[in-house]
Design a protein. Structure first.
Lengths: 270, 212
């Protein structure tokens, strides 16, 4: 980037941080309007700011914060729904001096209001019917979900893994975790062989926002199967997710990207 | 679409989350066969917001609410003010989801910057100096899943810990206290050019961590 015709990166970084004076910012804004290269560089600097922000220490949300947002969202959605039904616009009328016309006008207005109410009642009835249909559909979904759960938890069910013909099966893994006992078992399949200086490593992503916890190394056999059984991990750590990465042979303290396999822990799970 | 039988049975969400990993892992021979064409969970949720589905908004808040609050709190050091900001920003997203241009970075990264800028505006007692639609991010690190985000955060924290004390102080003053470079120079007694270089070097260090 030529410093003569474009904004120096230092300045763009400061601009992204909002750390320039108003005059300096105004000057840069003018340049950005006509310079795609500098806009692109600014997008990179802003991304860097985002990464810095995301690394701040996590704080617990204030109690009820989500409910407060969702109430506001629901109120806005209701306003929009009701606003959408108010289709009847009062016609503009010329001023009439005679009370005769005033009376007729009032009657006409009443009629319009009545029609408006009728439209609203029909609309509300339609919404009630829609809600009922949605509830019935939800019941069906729940029944189906119960059936799926019953199938998946059945000890008698046959479990077979199918893969596309003539291609290498892809890696997969299943973790079973009991936070209250610090007990974890992970079975992995189809892991590609690694060089001797590398290993697979399993990570617990804690639900409390702290850093990933190493939970054992995986060394696949010739068939690509590997397992971690009851590794040494802290007791009582709620898991938000699990991930498997490739690390140096002895394992690492923090995971190295990319993450080969991952899975979010069900929120209700232990 | 391939389904990770071992980890995707308990919830469909797993499958979408795995999809975002696949796109991230492209080019790695160990992930050959993964497809990047599946929409991410985040993209589906944004689509839900555009269709005015409150549950989609709820899921977005579940994912990013705490992070956004933490950013606002870090700048303001005041819980109620920090919550006011995130309530406004998330509600603004609900009212006008087109403010976030998907396909460029992740929604979480965008929210982090928008919330931070709002918080700095409050610290500096000034009107919002930049409309949120002007906040554009490069798509270098598509941190859409919790696991990716945690890994990235760990890496950045390590980088920050490794920076010299003066550089960390400049970052603190510029990004979290909202001081201008001139104010930082006045406070630290360092030349203006040094302050600028420190801030840029810190950002460059963070970026390099994702270009290894």
């Amino acid at each position: 980037m030529s410093e003569g015709t474009h904004i120096p990166r230092e300045e763009l970084a400061l601009y992204a941080a909002g750390a320039l004076t108003e005059d300096e910012s105004a000057e840069i804004k003018v340049h950005l309007q006509r310079c795609g290269l500098c806009r692109e560089e600014l997008a990179h600097a802003t991304e860097d700011v985002a990464l810095l922000m995301m690394s701040v220490e996590e704080q617990p949300l204030p109690s009820g914060a989500k409910q407060r947002l969702m109430s506001r969202v629901a109120a806005a959605a209701d306003r929009q729904a009701i606003g959408g039904t108010e289709l009847i616009e009062m016609p503009k009328r010329r001023k009439m001096a005679a009370s005769f016309w005033t009376a007729w006008g009032a009657a006409a207005a009443l009629l319009v209001v009545s029609i408006g109410l009728e439209v609203k009642i029909r609309d509300l009835s339609a919404r009630v019917a829609q809600e009922r249909q949605a509830a019935e559909a939800q019941d069906e979904l729940n029944a189906r979900a119960r059936k799926v759960l019953s199938l998946l938890s059945s000890e008698n069910a046959q479990r077979v893994e199918l893969t596309a013909a003539k291609v290498h099966p892809v890696p997969s893994a299943r973790a079973t975790y009991l936070a209250s006992q610090g007990a974890l078992v992970l079975m992995a399949n189809n892991l590609p062989q690694l060089s001797k200086d590398k290993t697979y490593e399993l990570w617990i992503i804690p639900a409390d926002g702290k850093g990933p916890i190493p939970a054992g190394l995986l060394r696949p056999d010739a068939g690509g199967q590997a397992s971690v059984v009851l590794p040494e991990i802290p007791i009582g750590v709620g898991a938000k997710a699990f991930g498997i990465t490739i690390e140096k042979a002895g394992g690492s303290d923090t995971p190295t990207l990319p993450i080969l396999l991952s899975g979010a822990a069900p929120s209700a799970g232990d | 679409m391939h389904v990770h039988f071992g980890i995707s049975l308990a919830s469909i969400r797993y499958t979408w989350q795995a999809a975002s990993f696949r796109s991230m892992a492209d080019g790695n021979p160990n992930t050959a066969g993964f497809s990047a064409s599946v929409p991410t969970e985040e993209a589906l949720e944004l689509e839900g917001v555009r269709r005015r589905d409150p549950s989609a908004m709820e899921r977005i808040f579940d994912r990013y609410g705490r992070m956004a609050y933490s950013v606002a709190f870090r700048v303001l050091k005041d819980g109620p003010q920090a919550e006011d900001i995130i309530q406004d920003v998330f509600f603004q997203l609900w009212e006008k989801p087109s403010l976030f241009v998907s396909g460029r970075s992740s929604l979480g990264a965008w929210l982090a910057v928008v919330v931070r800028n709002r918080a700095i505006d409050i610290v500096r007692k000034r009107k919002a100096c930049e409309p949120v639609e002007d906040v554009v991010l490069a798509a270098e690190t598509n941190v859409t899943s919790e696991v990716e985000r945690r890994a990235v955060v760990q890496r950045i924290r390590r980088i920050l810990e490794g920076l010299p004390r003066e550089q960390r102080q400049s970052i603190e003053l510029a990004f979290f206290d909202g001081l201008t470079h001139a104010e930082i120079a006045a406070q630290t007694g360092d030349p203006l050019g040094t302050v600028k270089t420190r801030i840029r070097t810190a950002l460059t260090s963070i970026r390099k961590a994702f270009q290894r």
